[in-house]
Ligand binder design. Sequence first.
Ligand SMILES: Cc1ncc(COP(=O)(O)O)c(C=O)c1O
Length: 398
Amino acid sequence: MDYINHFQEIIDQIQAEGRYRVFKQVNRTRSASTYGQIHWEGDLIPCTIWCNNDYLGMGKNLDVIHAIKETLLTSGAGSGGTRNIAGTHDPIALLEETLALWHQKERALLFSSAFLANEYALSTMGKLLPNALLLSDEKNHASLIQGIRHSGCRKAVFRHNDLAHLRQLLAQEAIGTPKIIIFESVYSMDGDISPIEEILDLAEEFNALTYLDEVHAVGLYGDTGAGVAQKKGVSHRIDLINGTLGKAVGVVGGYIAGANSIVDAIRLNAPGFIFTTSLPPYIAAGARKSIEIIQSSPSIRQQLWRNVNQTKEALISIGAPIIPGPSQIIPLLIGDPVRCQEIADSLLKEERIYVQAINYPTVPKGTERLRIVPSASHTPEEIEHLVASISKALPISV
Ligand SMILES: Cc1ncc(COP(=O)(O)O)c(C=O)c1O
C-alpha cells in the first residue's frame, strides 16, 4: 500500500467537500477583554473574538492568574506524574472538595479534560455493570459517544430530547437490567436545554442511573453557577455530573461528581485517569480560585446574560437566521460549508471579527453555521458592531 498517498486521498476528499479545517493562529490579549490577534495572510490583525468558550472571562481574571502564579512559584511547573505514582497535590485535593460541594455530591474526580472524564467515566461504568444498556441522546457530544463505544455495552440512541422515545426504549428492557441515561444540559451546537426533570422522572421509574454533561452550563446557571441541575434544584437526583474547567471556569481540565462508591470505582478502574500525568497543581489552584469567584459573584453571570439577550434581540431584529434557544449559545444557520467559511473569512478580513465556521462532522451536513458566543466581557459597542457586520455579510430579508 502507498500509505502516504492513501492519507493524502483522505485529505483531498475532505477538501473536495469544502470542510478542510484550517485552525486560526490566535494570540489572546489579556489586557483587552475580548480582543485577540490573528495571523491572517502574513499579517497579525487585531480582532474581537466571538467564538471562545471563556464565557465569563475568567481566563483573563487577574485573581485567577495570581493564584496560578503563586502556586507555580511554590510547587513548580508540572505534577511530576500520575496520582498513582506521584501522589495527589494539595491544590488538586482541595479542588476536588470544592467541586463535590459545588454540585452537592459526595465526591469529585479530576481528569485532564472533560472529554477524558466522559470517555473514561462511561466506558468504565459500562464495563463494571453486567449486561448494561447505555441510553444516549442522539445529539450527545463526541466524548460521550466515545465512552459509550469503549464500554462495549449495548446502546440505544433516543431522539434528541424525545421523552416518549426514551420511555419506549426503557420500557423494552427488563426492570432489573442495569441502565444509564446519558445526556447533556446545554447542547453546545444548537444551544437548547434538555428536559432534565422529566428525564430524571423516567430514570427513577425505570431504575436507571443518570449521567449529565454540564460542560456548557457550569459557571453560568444556578445560584452559585453549578449548572442547570442546580438552577432546576435537581442536582441531588443526578447520579453523575460531568463538567469542564476549560470553558466558564477559564482554565483547563474536567471532572465527574457523584456518589462516593461510583466515583471511587471509576478512580480505581479508569485507565484514562490512572495512567496519565495529573494536571499541574497551579492549574488546580487557578480553577479553584475561579470557582470561588464564580460562586460569590452573580454579577458576572448577570452581565453575561445581559450580553446574550442584547445580541440575540439585535440579531432577531435584523432577521438573521439564528436557531432560537434559551442558552448563551447563538447558532447562526448558513447551511453550506463553503459559504459558511466565506462569511467567517469576510467577517475577519473586513470587520476584524473572529467567529468560527462550524461544519461536518461537528454538525450534520447542510446545517453548517457560525456559532456566536457572547461573553460577560463584550461591550454594547462590540455587540452593535457584530450585528451590523453580520447584516452586511448576509443577504438578509427583514
Ligand atoms: C458537551 C461537551 N462535553 C465535553 C466536552 C469536552 O470538554 P473539554 O474541552 O474539557 O475536554 C466538550 C467540549 O467542547 C463539550 O462540548
